[in-house]
Design a protein around this ligand. Structure first.
Ligand code: TTP
Ligand code: MG
Length: 354
């Protein structure tokens, strides 16, 4: 049994908290609209703005036409990350296996609870706790699998609480459009539509062989997901907090090239680990120990999780530049922390324009 927690209109609601005068107004977070000439997109918008047809990923120029009197604000991802971290801490504090999957959503595994009523009570407590401490509402879905919990959290937004029980999977999921299934994007939808598959019910009733012929392994996964079956288990964020490598030079050195090359080797090693373990990182830390054992560390935290080696290298080089001085270096180290499992959802997050 899983809970999926997703904050309501997250960036917009976070802005309302620090600008209470925006409460109840149509609020659009995104690139500057420039009186309709702006070329960027909408990150998100308040539910009041959604009434005008505005939604995430829409060109801001279109949002401007739909609701010129809306308040437009640029995203402040640093601030949203801080709020997000506080919310995730609240979720962790309930003590169940936990996995954050994007800036505003997480799963918790409540299989140890006796029944759906207990899960529902817990969800109520979580909602209250986030509301009391952050002033924000979220929507929670409860289901026998991660995919059902995720679908459920989206069914009654905002401030929703929806339970899908094993016996209600078919009646609840069947009428929903295939697009509702996490992982089924626009392109897949078009192909499915061409096969006459429009609803999750259609997908459930399609022979899995027909789907694998068209989509390969993903076809089989789609078929399972449509039945609410998800073999994914929570890979706990806490299971590893960081991965690191360090190297002590034979002789203390202030040879810049040697230090940079050594760090590069360590970075390559670490990168292999995170690829093999399918994890994303958000924080890069460089450690330097000088002759005499004086040790320094400095970190950079990214706005969103990454698996890119270039991200490690660029940040490490920047930090290192400050560390290479006249003093000789005894040890160099690199650490990646703030780790997340690389689930399918992350690829979606990485697509966001931050
Ligand atoms: P979502 O949870 O998808 O959206 P939301 O929280 O704004 O609204 P909802 O109530 O429907 O859950 O995404 C979380 C945040 O991620 C969102 O507040 C802004 C950001 N985001 C983007 O920047 N671009 C996007 O295209 C999407 C979908 C989200
Ligand atoms: Mg959300």
């Amino acid at each position: 049994m899983f809970l999926h927690i997703d904050m309501d209109s997250f960036f917009a609601s976070a802005e309302v908290i620090r600008h209470p005068e925006l409460q109840g107004k149509p609020l659009v977070i995104g690139a500057p609209p420039k009186e309709g000439k702006g070329r960027g997109v909408v990150s998100t918008c308040s539910y009041e703005a959604r009434k005008f047809g505005i939604h995430s990923a829409m060109p801001v120029s279109r949002a401007w036409v739909l609701c010129p009197h809306a308040i437009f604000l640029p995203p402040d991802t640093k601030y949203y990350q801080v709020v997000s971290q506080r919310i995730m801490k609240i979720l962790i504090s309930f003590g169940y296996p936990f996995s954050q999957v994007s800036i505003d959503e997480a799963y918790i595994d409540v299989s140890t609870l006796e029944n759906y009523e207990s899960a529902q009570n817990l969800a109520g407590e979580i909602k209250l706790s986030i509301l009391n401490s952050e002033g924000l509402t979220c929507s929670i879905g409860i289901g026998p699998s991660m995919v059902t919990a995720k679908i459920a959290s989206d069914l009654n937004k905002p401030d929703g609480l929806v339970i899908i029980r094993p016996e209600t999977i078919i009646p609840i999921l069947s009428p929903l459009p295939v697009r509702t299934v996490p992982g089924i994007g626009k392109k897949t939808c078009v192909i499915l539509d061409g096969m006459g598959i429009k609803t999750i019910g259609d997908l459930m009733n399609t022979d899995v062989q027909k789907l694998t012929e068209k989509f390969g392994r993903f076809g089989a996964r789609m078929s399972e997901l449509s039945q609410g079956i998800d073999r994914e288990a929570i890979r706990e964020n806490e299971s590893f907090r960081s991965v690191s490598r360090e190297y002590t030079f034979e002789e203390d050195t202030n040879d810049k090239t040697l230090v940079i090359n050594t760090l590069e080797i360590l970075i390559n090693e670490l990168h292999n680990v995170i690829i093999a373990e399918k994890i994303l990182f958000k924080t890069v830390t460089v450690k330097i120990r000088y002759t005499g054992f004086k040790t320094y560390t400095r970190s950079v935290t990214l706005n969103h999780p990454s698996q890119a080696i270039i991200c490690i290298k660029e940040n490490a080089d920047k930090i290192l530049a400050d560390f290479i001085k006249k003093d000789k270096i005894r040890l160099v180290g690199i650490k990646l922390s703030n780790l997340l499992p690389a689930t399918t959802r992350q690829t979606v997050l990485a697509d966001f324009i931050f």
